[in-house]
Write a protein that binds this ligand. Structure first.
Ligand code: SAH
Ligand code: SF4
Ligand code: F3S
Length: 440
């Protein structure tokens, strides 16, 4: 039997990269690799990178500097760069870091095993094509290994929205949806392997329009209803969504589909119409607020999550105040906020920047408000009954940790239960980043 080689993958960025890293590990499994958690043991290192903000992209080069040192002791070690930095700066990576053997863009992962063969022969390999074939079909997982109870499943990739600040349409390409039957087959496979909750992924997942069973394009809601029929699958989530693609059938599903969890990540970015326009978001603060009202009308206990950018070019204090006002009106249970980062090649990169110190100050004020809202919503869970999907053992004997339907982490004494069980719990305490519950 040939020696198994070891693969170390480090993943940056969004959940789609997490999903892709799993698929790459499985593809390389077929080429005789098993994964390791320690880079020092590895025969091959893959960095699955993110290009969304400058800091994220720069991290890759410093990490590559560190990884390169490992080659001194292990000349046969191969180093590869995957993901969105690979897509955006593939040639430059090859130039800046000679220790890199391989660069592979997000749409070419299925070609990894061939590329590995090539670099074993001492060549360097770069593939940042957007090929016609479906990479996910080529990446179909072979081993039927048991899985953790919550899994990601990419159903849509790429983005056609071209927000003025964002690199995703360039790094991931045009919006493509996977056909319904392939998604369902993969979901069934996950369930057979122990999965009870699936989060459907896409950069713009609610714009999903995959080929349905009747040959017509199905919406995300159609797909969710089809998944609802999969026995053994108990929970469905999806992320990330764009306000303009929240269609009526999807809103209705939030009220009617029992398996669809009451949590929605719906980024708004800003509360100022002037800034929204310049961001090319094609919605207003008002239309977003009305939309939230409609969704909450269908599912009143929905926990809402959002993304915000402060310091977008030419954002004034007044614009920023409008964002704070929107947040106060909507009330978020979870949020991600960022200082604007200039991305070369995007339209916003041409616009005059907000003073750095001013932007930092705004970010601080924004985060203070968001943190307070998160706290209030989490604290209000005390006394309520929730269902918890047990995901792992806790630190103490008999203790387990899982997620409520609202995606809060819940710690509880769960003697007699096992990972993958869904239990009814009463929340008894709200801590900094989690809740404590008691079995009912
Ligand atoms: N497709 C998703 C997520 C895109 S990236 C969506 O449309 O919501 C995740 C978040 O990163 C964005 O929502 C945005 O808030 C932030 N982001 C993207 N580009 C950025 C930039 N240039 N500077 C700062 N934050 C950015
Ligand atoms: Fe980027 Fe906008 Fe597309 Fe989201 S919708 S991925 S922010 S371009
Ligand atoms: Fe980053 Fe690419 Fe995801 S830029 S956020 S890894 S789509």
């Amino acid at each position: 039997m040939a020696d198994t080689k070891k693969l170390f993958i480090k993943t940056y960025g969004c959940q789609m990269n997490v999903y892709d890293s799993e698929r790459m590990a499985e593809a390389m499994g077929g080429a005789g690799y098993e994964t390791t958690q320690t880079p020092e043991d590895a025969d091959m290192i893959l960095l699955n990178t993110c290009h969304i903000r400058e800091k994220a992209a720069e991290k890759v080069y410093s990490e590559l500097g560190r990884m390169k040192a490992l080659k001194t002791d292990k000349p046969d070690l191969k180093i590869g760069v995957a993901g969105c930095v690979a897509q955006a700066e593939g040639q430059e990576i090859m130039k800046r870091q000679p220790a890199v053997d391989l660069v592979v863009g997000p749409q070419a992962y299925h070609r990894l095993p061939e590329m590995e063969e090539l670099i074993r022969k001492g060549k360097r390999a770069l593939d940042t094509d957007f090929p016609e074939e479906d990479k996910f079909e080529k990446l179909k997982s072979r081993p039927k290994a048991k899985r953790a109870p919550a899994a990601f499943l990419t159903v849509q990739e790429g983005c056609d929205k071209f927000c003025a600040f964002c690199v995703v349409p360039y790094t991931r390409g045009a919006e493509v949806s996977r056909p319904v039957d392939r998604v369902i087959t993969e979901a069934r496979d996950l369930v057979e392997r122990g999965v009870r909750e699936i989060t459907l992924l896409g950069q713009n997942v609610n714009a999903y329009h995959g080929e349905g069973k009747n040959g017509k394009a199905w919406s995300l809601a159609d797909l969710i209803w089809e998944l609802d029929k999969v026995e053994g699958l108990e929970r469905i989530r999806f992320t990330t969504s764009h306000p303009n693609d929240m269609q009526d059938d999807l809103i209705a599903a939030h009220g009617e589909c029992k398996k669809l969890m009451p949590y929605l990540h719906l980024p708004v970015q800003s509360g100022s119409d002037k800034i929204l326009k310049r961001m090319n978001r094609s919605h207003t603060a008002e239309s977003y607020i009305r939309l939230i009202e409609r969704i909450r009308g269908a599912r009143p206990d929905l926990l809402l999550s959002g993304d915000f950018i402060v310091g977008f070019p030419e954002e004034t204090e007044e614009d920023f105040q409008a964002t704070l006002d929107l947040i106060k009106e909507v009330k978020y249970g979870q949020a991600y906020s960022f200082k604007y980062s200039t991305r070369p090649g995007t339209p916003a990169a041409e616009r005059p920047l907000v003073d750095e110190a001013e932007a930092s100050d705004r970010l601080q004020r924004l985060q203070a408000l968001l943190t307070q809202q998160q706290r209030d919503i989490q604290d209000a869970m005390v006394g309520r009954e929730v269902s918890v999907l047990l995901e792992r053992d806790g630190r103490q004997e008999g203790q387990m940790v899982g997620k409520s339907e609202y995606l809060h982490s819940v710690h509880l004494d769960a003697v007699g239960h096992k990972i993958g069980d869904i239990v009814k719990v009463k929340i008894v305490e709200s801590k900094v980043n989690s809740l404590t519950g008691a079995l009912i």
